[in-house]
Design a protein around this ligand. Structure first.
Ligand code: AMP
Length: 540
C-alpha cells in the first residue's frame, strides 16, 4: 500500500513570495520608471508593506476574496504591489492588454467582472471611452499620487492610488487558502471571436516562478538584476515579477519607456544583468546600440520568446554584444515558459554558428511540462526532428479550461497549442508553423478572421482574406485580399480607412490586394496556404 509522505502541507501562495523577499532580501532594490518620468526606488521590504496596505484598502472598498481587480498598466512598482495585494488577498488580478480594441477591453472587464480597475495615467483616454460600458467597476484607481491623477471627464469614482492606501497601515495577515485557487487572469486574443481567459492558480504561478530562476532557464539569484521588458499585462511579464523576489534578484521595471534608447540607459544605469522581452523589443535596442556604437557593461543574458527569435539577432547579441540569448516558447495558456532553448554542456562547446542554430529553435520542455507532436488523427509522430504536427502540451501550469468555459480545452489530457512543430530525438522542439488563424505582430495578436469580418462589412466587398506576411521589424504584418462585388469601385485607401474605424490602429493591414477570386478548397474554405505561398513574401 502507498504510504503518505509525512511533510507539512503548506500551500504555495503568492503572498508567501513577497513576504519571503521582504524577510530574506529586505534591502534588495526594486527600481521603477514612473509613468510621469522619474525613477522610483525602494526595497522588497517596502514593497511588501505597501502590498499589505493595498490589501487593506481593497477590503475597505468592500472587495471580498474571489473578487476580480483589473489593471491597465505598465510595468511599475504600484502594479507590482497590486500583483501581491490582490492575489494575496484571495482575489484575482486581471491584467488587461491596453492594445486591445476598446470593445474587447470592455468585453474582458465585464466578462471577468472586475470591481476595481487600476490604470496608469497614460491610459486615461482609454478609460474615458470604456468606463460607461463597465457598470460593475466601482472605482478606477490611477497608479499615482493625486498630483499625477487626471480627472477624466464623465468618469466618476476616480481615485489616486496613494490616496487609496494612505489611511491604511500594514498590520495585515495574508489569508491562507488552497493553492489551487485563482490568482491571476489573462485573456488571450489569439483566436477569433471574443478573447478567452486563462485563470492561473497560485500553485501554477509559484511553480513557474521557481522554475524560471533555474540556471538552465533565465538564471536568477541575488547576484542578478533583472529587467522584464515583457509587459506585466502579457502573461504576468512571463512570471518575472514573481521569480525575481523568489530569487532575491534586484528588479527593474521600465514603465512606459520601451524604446531602444530608454532601455539602454536603464540597463546601464541600473547595471541590469538579465532581461526578457519579445524579439521586436530587442530589434529596437540593438538598432540603438548599432547606431551609436554602444556596448553593454553588465548585461550578459536575455530571455526571449513570444515569436521566433531570428537567428541573425541571436548571433548579433552573442557575437557582437556578448549577450547570451535564452529562447523559450510558451503561450498565455502555459503560464509563461514551457520550453527553453538553453544549451547542454556538449552543445555549448560547439562553434558559434552551430550554437546559434540550436538556440534559434524553441528548446526542450522544462521539468513539469511534457510536450508531444501529433498528426491529424491525434497519433504521436516520431521524435525525428522532421515529422511535423500539432504541438500538444501538459503539465502543472498548463490551462485545463478557459475562464467560465463549460467544457475542458484538452484532448486526451493534453492542451492543443495550435502551433505546428517538430521534436528531435534529443528533445529539442522547433516551431514550424501555426494552425491558428492569427497574425503575430510585435508580440501581439491580430485575428485575421476578425479583420476579414470587418472588411466584408464594407458594402463593396464580396470576399476578404487576411494573411500574415513576414516583416523585418514586427515579425509579421497583415496583408488583406479583397474581391469586390460586381460593378463596385473600391480604392485601397477607402477600405483601409473603413477598417481603421472598426479595429485597433495597429491591426490595420499594411497593404491590400484586389483579386478577381480567392482560392477556395473542397470544404468551401479559403485556401490561405495558397495565398501565403503566392503572395506571402516579406514587407520591407
Ligand atoms: P501568447 O499567448 O500571446 O503569448 O502567444 C503564444 C503563441 O506565440 C504561441 O502559441 C506561438 O504561436 C507563439 N510563440 C511563442 N513563443 C514562440 C517562439 N519562441 N517561437 C515561435 N513562436 C512562438
Amino acid at each position: 500500500m502507498l504510504k503518505h509522505g509525512l511533510m507539512m502541507d503548506r500551500p504555495l501562495l503568492l503572498s508567501g513570495i513577497i513576504e519571503h523577499a521582504a524577510a530574506q532580501f529586505g534591502t534588495v532594490e526594486v527600481v521603477s520608471r514612473e509613468t510621469h518620468g522619474p525613477l522610483h526606488r525602494y526595497t522588497y521590504a517596502d514593497c511588501a508593506v505597501r502590498a499589505r496596505r493595498l490589501a487593506k484598502a481593497l477590503a475597505a472598498l468592500g472587495l471580498e476574496p474571489g473578487a476580480t481587480v483589473g489593471s491597465i498598466a505598465w510595468n511599475n512598482h504600484r502594479h507590482l504591489e497590486a500583483y501581491y495585494a490582490v492575489s494575496g488577498s484571495g482575489m484575482v488580478m486581471h491584467t488587461c492588454n491596453p492594445r486591445l480594441h476598446p470593445q474587447q477591453l470592455v468585453y474582458i472587464i465585464n466578462h471577468a467582472e472586475d470591481e476595481v480597475v487600476l490604470f496608469d495615467a497614460t491610459f486615461a483616454p482609454l478609460i474615458k471611452g470604456i468606463a460607461a460600458a463597465c457598470p460593475k467597476v466601482r472605482a478606477w484607481v490611477c497608479l499615482a499620487e493625486a498630483a499625477h491623477t487626471p480627472a477624466i471627464e464623465g468618469v466618476a469614482h476616480i481615485v489616486a492610488y496613494e490616496d487609496l492606501i494612505a489611511p491604511h497601515d500594514d498590520a495585515f495577515e495574508w489569508p491562507s487558502f488552497d493553492e489551487r485557487m485563482g490568482a491571476a487572469l489573462c485573456y488571450t486574443s489569439g483566436t477569433t471571436g471574443n478573447p478567452k481567459g486563462a485563470l492561473y492558480s497560485h500553485r501554477a504561478i509559484a511553480l513557474n516562478a521557481i522554475t524560471i530562476c533555474n540556471p538552465g532557464i533565465i538564471c536568477l539569484s541575488t547576484r542578478e538584476t533583472v529587467l522584464p521588458v515583457v509587459p506585466m499585462f502579457h502573461i504576468n511579464a512571463w512570471c518575472l515579477p514573481y521569480a525575481a523576489p523568489v530569487a532575491g534578484a534586484k528588479l527593474v521595471l521600465p514603465g512606459p519607456k520601451l524604446d531602444g534608447a530608454s532601455l539602454y540607459e536603464l540597463i546601464e544605469s541600473e547595471r541590469v544583468t538579465v532581461s526578457a522581452g519579445v524579439p521586436t523589443i530587442w530589434q529596437g535596442l540593438i538598432a540603438h546600440l548599432d547606431a551609436h556604437g554602444l556596448r553593454f557593461s553588465t548585461m550578459v543574458r536575455t530571455g526571449t520568446g513570444g515569436s521566433a527569435m531570428p537567428l541573425a539577432l541571436i548571433a548579433k547579441f552573442a557575437d557582437e554584444y556578448g549577450v547570451e540569448v535564452r529562447h523559450g516558447w510558451g503561450m498565455t495558456e502555459t503560464t509563461a515558459v514551457a520550453t527553453m532553448g538553453a544549451l547542454t554542456g556538449a552543445e555549448a562547446s560547439l562553434g558559434a554558428a552551430e550554437r546559434h542554430a540550436i538556440v534559434s529553435k524553441q528548446g526542450r520542455s522544462v521539468f513539469g511540462i511534457e510536450i508531444k507532436v501529433v498528426d491529424a488523427n491525434g497519433a504521436t509522430v516520431p521524435r525525428d526532428g522532421a515529422t511535423q504536427g500539432e504541438l500538444m502540451v501538459r503539465g502543472q501550469w498548463i490551462l485545463e479550461r478557459y475562464f467560465k468555459a463549460e467544457g475542458s480545452a484538452l484532448i486526451d489530457g493534453w492542451f492543443p497549442t495550435g502551433d505546428i512543430a517538430t521534436i528531435a530525438a534529443d528533445g529539442v522542439m522547433q516551431i514550424r508553423d501555426r494552425t491558428k488563424d492569427v497574425i503575430k505582430t510585435g508580440g501581439e495578436w491580430i485575428s485575421s478572421i476578425d479583420l476579414e469580418n470587418a472588411a466584408v462589412a464594407h458594402p463593396a466587398v464580396a470576399m476578404a482574406a487576411v494573411i500574415g506576411v513576414k516583416h523585418p521589424k514586427w515579425d509579421e504584418r497583415p496583408l488583406l485580399f479583397v474581391v469586390k462585388k460586381p460593378g463596385q469601385a473600391l480604392e485601397k485607401a477607402e477600405i483601409l480607412d473603413f477598417l481603421a474605424q472598426r479595429v485597433a490602429k495597429w491591426w490595420v493591414p499594411d497593404d491590400v490586394m484586389f483579386l478577381d477570386a480567392l482560392p477556395v478548397g473542397g470544404t468551401g474554405k479559403v485556401q490561405k496556404n495558397e495565398l501565403r505561398s503566392k503572395y506571402g513574401g516579406t514587407f520591407s
